[in-house]
Ligand binder design. Sequence first.
Ligand code: ADP
Length: 387
Amino acid sequence: MLPKRQVWPSFSKNELKTIGNVPLEEDIRALSAWLKTANDESIFYTHRLSEIYSPAKKYKSVASGILSCIINREMGEMVIWFKPEMITNVNWAGNPEKSVVPSENGLMSLSPRKSFEIWSEVVNNTSEKWMAEEVDSVLRIREIIIADINKKANEIRLLNEKLQAAYEELDTFSYTVSHDLRTPLTSIKTYAELMLKNKSIDDGGKKMLSRILAGADKMNSLIKEILNLARVGRSEVNFETVNIESLIKDIKSEVWSAYKADHSVLILGQLPNIKGDKTMITQVFTNLIGNAVKYSAMVNEPKIEVSSYIDGGEIIYSVKDNGIGIDNRYYDRVFELFKRMDNVKEIEGSGVGLAIVKRVVEKHHGRVWFESKLNVGSTFFVAFKNR
Ligand code: ADP
């Protein structure tokens, strides 16, 4: 049999659900916090709550009795049933207080009653007692809920394993396809270069061959990026101390020569070491600094700033530019694979770089985000755990 007056405040993501006549939300939350720590039992009940938990006096009319069942203590998940106050008269055969009287020497002693007239006492702050059947029903409910949670948890675990396997398969697939595409592409490039040297080919033919070569180069760099992305997915993070100062020096010469960015200025702030996978962290900074250079190259005095600050348990690096900026409407889509904004149509790119950055940062249990204003500039932030 279920308790008559049922109230089901269930806490999932700090959520509270109630049915029927119950104390105020803040009172239920305070009570549940007390229940979580006050006793070790998963089932707890009393018909005189305010005697052991004085704040309950305030709502004794709806909850003088409680029967609580903790589902998950850490998560604060529980079900509580309440019973209202039931003011009763208890009849005694004589005043129970009077059977103990002080004697002449001031000591308390039992004395024979002089009268046995009915003595009536009002008992309050008390609810109807919880019956054994009610407590048994709640124990059974708890078993059912926990069995169900375990079943769901197992289903989720299996789904997760399948998802992980599919993810790995996809990475292997893109890695193999990209890898295998490189061989025929190298042939296309080599033969196009050989033909370009052939004197019997006229200018029109040479123009077409140059276009084939440019296309092959573009395809090659796209394949390289997809290989990089797949590699990040397939690799384990190999934690070591990464010297960001020397890493940025290397990236600077590589990026500045790749984008012919002699007019771009690099300003460096604090560059503390971080713990991470050196190859992956190099990809993060190469992509962020590369983008900052590429998307600010058209402004008058391109300026790129790399600096950091420590906040709580994190080292937060920022890469700032004064370039074309990003339309805030697409904020959530910037890190998507192959996603490029409308204002970069004329600028070379594949839309893979930031997807790599996001993957690396996730693998390091870090965070990545950005702030940007169109035609003013962008700042990308990456937060790594200060291990
Ligand atoms: P891409 O190869 O196109 O640069 P990314 O994945 O690195 O690919 O970036 C995705 C898109 O985000 C870019 O195409 C561009 O629209 C935008 N973006 C990234 N970084 C910047 C930046 N510093 N300034 C302006 N736009 C940026």
